[in-house]
Design a protein around this ligand. Structure first.
Ligand code: VAH
Length: 324
């Protein structure tokens, strides 16, 4: 590979964000310059056929090192992680994967001529002590989930690697992500994706949080835009090296149901809150992302109306082709 071209590694490339981020990066920079790395899930045909794919266990430093050296990587989008709901069922696994995985990526990046790193934090860093409306960039961080603990610890680790070791690692605190290609794997916000699949397939959904639950959310095109815009921003503009608040929209499950019913009038949603209700109730209802807007011109493009229209269109097409 020529030295001038970007050589990008995406870990967690078979996951909800990683799968679509990889495809977009390949569109922008060329298929062969973006290496997709997965661990448990088989890659989709689209992911496998559009560029290099490697199985990598990020908790094993040697495996991260091997792929970085094999492809002479200069940028890592590190998305491999255990999410909040699975993490509460197995907190030790969440700590192991989320912390050792991030540590290995940062160490390999440092040891290989300062490879640049993107790493997603989450609004899960906030707990009930933080203001829940327009949660500010800087406030108290006392998360109630192991996932949130690993994201706070990860933000501090990234900040250290930048300030003390000079590594250019950048991060955003994602809200719940809604997408139509790869179902999410074990998050508290999964209901906001599952509801679309069930509405189209069965015209009914049993939601695991109450109808008045409000959480900050973002549509996948904006999720990808945030990651790439941040990584392409001029170094001099990036002042926050823990993680930037970003968001797209906030809505209650009831508001989402009403928007879906504009397309599927007979859709019915019932509510059976489970352990994930307590997690959702500890998180912000809306996010202040003014710092990201000021420092690197962050701006979302999809609100609830636009997102719902696009999700219904895309999933209806897939359902008609029998691929939902
Ligand atoms: C989760 N989707 O639910 C993730 C996200 C803000 C939520 O971090 O765990």
């Amino acid at each position: 590979m020529s030295k001038t071209m970007k050589r990008i590694l995406v870990t967690g490339a078979t996951g909800q964000i990683g799968s679509e981020l990889t495809i977009e990066l390949r569109k922008r920079y060329g298929g062969d310059t973006v290496v997709a790395a997965g661990h448990r899930r088989k890659p989709s045909e689209k992911l496998f056929s559009s560029g290099p794919f490697e199985y990598v266990d990020v908790t094993q430093k040697g495996e991260v090192e091997k792929v970085v050296e094999k492809y002479d990587i200069d940028t890592i989008y590190h998305l491999a992680a255990v999410l909040s709901a699975v993490g509460e069922k197995n907190p030790q696994l969440a700590w192991h994967v989320n912390m050792n995985g991030l540590y290995n990526v940062l160490e390999v990046a440092r040891e290989h001529s300062m490879v640049r790193v993107f790493w997603p934090s989450s609004i899960a860093v906030f707990g009930p002590e933080a203001p829940r409306i327009n949660t500010p960039q800087d406030t108290v961080l006392i998360p109630r989930t192991m996932y949130g603990v690993t994201k706070v610890a990860g933000e501090l680790l990234c900040n250290y690697y930048f300030l003390r070791l000079g590594l250019d690692v950048r991060s955003v605190r994602y809200p719940g992500i809604i997408s139509s290609e790869t179902p999410p794997g074990g998050g508290t916000t999964d209901y906001a994706v599952e509801i679309f699949y069930e509405a189209i397939k069965k015209k009914r959904y049993t939601c695991f949080v109450r109808g008045d639950t409000v959480l900050p959310m973002m549509y996948m095109p904006d999720c990808i835009k945030a990651a790439i815009d941040l990584m392409e921003a001029d170094l001099s503009r990036i002042k926050c090296r823990t993680s930037y608040n970003v968001t797209g929209m906030s809505f209650s499950v009831g508001e989402l149901v009403a928007e879906i019913k504009k397309y599927i009038p007979e859709f019915e949603c019932e509510y059976m809150p489970d352990f994930r209700q307590k997690i959702a109730d500890s998180w912000p209802m809306s996010i202040d992302d003014s710092v990201a807007r000021e420092e690197w011109s962050w701006k979302p493009t999809h609100d609830l109306v636009a997102m719902t229209k696009d999700m219904i269109e895309k999933l209806t097409k897939r359902f008609a082709k029998g691929s939902l």
